[in-house]
Design a protein around this ligand. Structure first.
Ligand code: SF4
Length: 368
């Protein structure tokens, strides 16, 4: 990729290992390859070398997956030492690590905190054990609360929790109870995900169906309830107490640059979007030979780039500023009935009308 530098750039590291595959998950993660974590780290070290010209240009780090907390304490230390070559600690505005309740320990939390991680993201999904079982999660609300305590004791004051909506058999009351459970723990950030059933997953094989109407009711409930508890919705599905918005994810929504390392990781640098091939073996093999692993790429430019800027930016509650050129380029779209219905346009700032947020995909289709 061309060595173009932007002031605001995110670094993402994909850890492709999990203890057990959740029933709905189609992410690039293996649940039977923990013995290959050493090989993965060897290859990651080489991938860091290949991108060293970007070292020092990141202001956020996000270790995701997969399940980063599945790494043993010594593997975690090695991972942190490898990626440390890519950033200047004093430049970081946020350093997030995803964790699962059943694999985080006091020792690992300490290691992460000492290495400078200041934000943890952890999935609760639901506080109802029977629903967790249905979707193939191996955790429980008790383990989640215990992990929460460990993280707070280690000094983490910025923790996100994920909640899912539209689960099979999930009632609005189930969801309300999950929100109550979470609010008692005072998370700084909450992300909502409607259940999607993807081909090849366990839930698809079981013939389970999505529940968009139920998910919409739960979403409306969250939008009405969470502000009363001090959370602002700053993105379609993300709520935070003021000042704790995810800076890393804001890079994505503002179409800013990010570098992704690890199999299946996506990057956006100098107008080029890349996604590494998802297979661990071929990714590691290429790096061991000193070559760039296989990837798909696409140059984002012109109308496509501007359309994506609009779609991503509209996800943010405050919307985005767009230039006069973009207004002219899409004037037919902005004058359309659907845009009139969905958008609040004030000067050069466009944003979604709050009551249209959940249906935003209908508008986004117009711009694709
Ligand atoms: S823990 Fe996350 S990445 Fe791993 S299988 Fe479950 S949903 Fe997928």
């Amino acid at each position: 990729m061309p060595a173009e530098h932007s002031e605001h750039r995110g670094l993402y590291i994909h850890i492709p290992f999990c203890k057990k595959k959740c029933g709905y998950c189609d992410f690039a993660s293996y649940d039977n390859r923990q013995n290959d974590i050493g090989t993965y780290l060897d290859a990651l070290e080489k991938e860091v070398q290949l991108h060293k010209r970007l070292a020092g240009s990141f202001d956020t780090v996000y270790i995701g997956g997969g399940t980063p907390s599945i790494l043993s304490p010594s593997q975690l230390k090695r991972l942190l030492a490898i990626i440390k070559k890519m950033y200047e600690p004093q430049m970081l505005r946020e350093f997030t690590v995803e964790a699962n309740p059943e694999s985080i320990t006091a020792e690992k939390a300490e290691i992460l905190s000492e290495a400078g991680a200041d934000r943890i993201s952890m999935g609760l999904q639901s506080s109802k054990p029977e629903l967790l079982k249905k979707i193939g999660r191996i955790t429980s609300p008790e383990k989640f609360a215990k992990a929460w305590e460990i993280l707070r004791k280690a000094g983490f004051r910025n923790i996100n929790a994920d909640l899912m909506t539209g689960l099979p058999g999930q009632t609005l009351k189930d969801f309300e109870d999950s929100v109550d459970f979470l609010i008692r723990l005072h998370p700084e950030h909450i992300s909502l995900y409607p259940l999607e059933i993807h081909e090849g997953t366990m839930l698809a094989a079981l013939g389970m169906q999505e529940n968009p109407d139920g998910a919409a009711d739960m979403y409306d409930y969250a939008c009405a309830r969470l502000p009363k508890d001090g959370y602002e919705r700053y993105e379609i599905s993300n709520f935070s107490i003021p000042g704790k918005e995810s800076r890393h994810n804001i890079h994505y929504w503002l179409q800013e640059e990010y570098l992704g390392l690890g199999p299946a990781a996506a990057s956006y640098i100098a107008g080029e979007r890349r996604a590494s091939a998802p297979e661990l073996d071929s990714w590691a093999e290429a790096l061991n030979k000193g070559i760039m692993p296989a990837y798909s790429s696409e140059k984002l430019e012109g109308r496509q780039k501007d359309a994506e800027k609009i779609i991503l930016g509209l996800r943010l509650t405050e919307g985005i500023e767009i230039s006069a050129n973009i207004f002219i380029e899409f004037k037919d779209k902005f004058r359309s009935e659907i845009a009139q219905n969905f958008l609040d346009i004030r000067g050069s700032r466009i944003k979604l009308k709050p009551e249209k947020t959940y249906l935003a995909n209908r508008l986004f289709l117009e711009f694709i």
